[in-house]
Write a protein that binds this ligand. Structure first.
Ligand code: ZN
Length: 167
């Protein structure tokens, strides 16, 4: 198998695994923050709930409906962000947005690319989305919903064509 085909195969497998067995697809009993975000270009809807205590993301749950990329990416996001401090989580979200082809983020401490790839775990495979700009919003929807959950004041920077539903 050629390298590109292998990579493509791995990408499909990982997306499939997260769509079939989504991680943390649940409602939280006592969320401290919540954000519902829509992607009008694809029709994806995501509700991200967070439990933040002592500046640390203790738990995340997501519900919603959408294409396989948006749902797989939400599942990946929960695995990456649970347990992180808000500062680190923000840097990871910003890094991910840039990683999949979004605008360069300048307001956070940047994470070096090697370290970012490691932190992103399965979500690092979504780098392939760069080739399909139409899917960029699908891939970033849940990540932006999470950050907007604890950072509603960052709407102008994060919103980027998405729609907030719980205002
Ligand atoms: Zn989508």
């Amino acid at each position: 198998m050629a390298f590109e085909n292998k990579l493509n195969y791995l990408y499909q497998e990982v997306i499939f695994d997260h769509t079939k067995y989504p991680r943390h697809q649940k409602k939280l009993t006592h969320p401290s923050h919540e954000m519902q975000l829509l992607n009008p270009s694809c029709g994806d809807v995501i509700i991200v709930q967070l439990l933040i205590e002592d500046n640390i993301i203790q738990d995340i749950g997501f519900t919603g409906e959408g294409c396989s990329i948006s749902m797989a990416s939400a599942s990946m996001m929960t695995e990456v962000l649970i347990g992180e401090t808000l500062e680190k989580a923000e840097a990871i979200v910003n890094g991910f947005v840039e990683f999949v082809g979004g605008p360069e983020q300048t307001n956070s401490f940047a994470i070096p690319e090697d370290e970012l790839q490691e932190l992103l775990q399965d979500a690092a495979l979504l780098e392939g989305v760069k080739q399909f700009p139409a899917r960029y919003k699908c891939a970033t929807l849940a990540w932006k919903a999470a950050e907007l959950g604890w950072h509603p004041d960052e709407q102008e920077r994060l919103i980027d064509g998405l729609t907030i539903a719980n205002e």
